[in-house]
Design a protein around this ligand. Structure first.
Ligand code: ZN
Length: 96
């Protein structure tokens, strides 16, 4: 459902969510209970759940919350030494 902006003449702007077929032109202000009129604004229709929205969201999040790196730092080694080959004939080759 789209979000609509309302402006109270005495308070700040606020947003409410309505179905498009039942959006009122004026509502009661949640702060002062006065009459707040609907503002004309750009439509903000939610695309939550789409692949594009998830990509945009993860890109924004990675700027502030980078993923945790679990590998050891430079110069540190963990675990067994990695084998480069499993061919037994390679063991006979001269080593540097
Ligand atoms: Zn108000």
């Amino acid at each position: 459902m789209p979000t609509y902006e309302y402006r109270c003449p005495d308070c700040a702007d606020f947003d409410l969510i309505f179905e498009m077929r039942s959006v009122p032109d004026s509502v009661d202000c949640p702060t002062c209970a006065g009459t707040a009129r609907r503002r004309m604004s750009a439509p903000r229709i939610s695309a939550t759940g789409s692949a594009a929205y998830r990509l945009i969201d993860s890109t924004k999040r990675s700027a502030h919350e980078p993923t945790v790196v679990n590998s050891p730092g430079p110069g540190q080694r963990s675990g067994p030494v990695q084998k480069y080959t499993s061919n037994p004939l390679h063991k006979k080759l001269p080593r540097p």
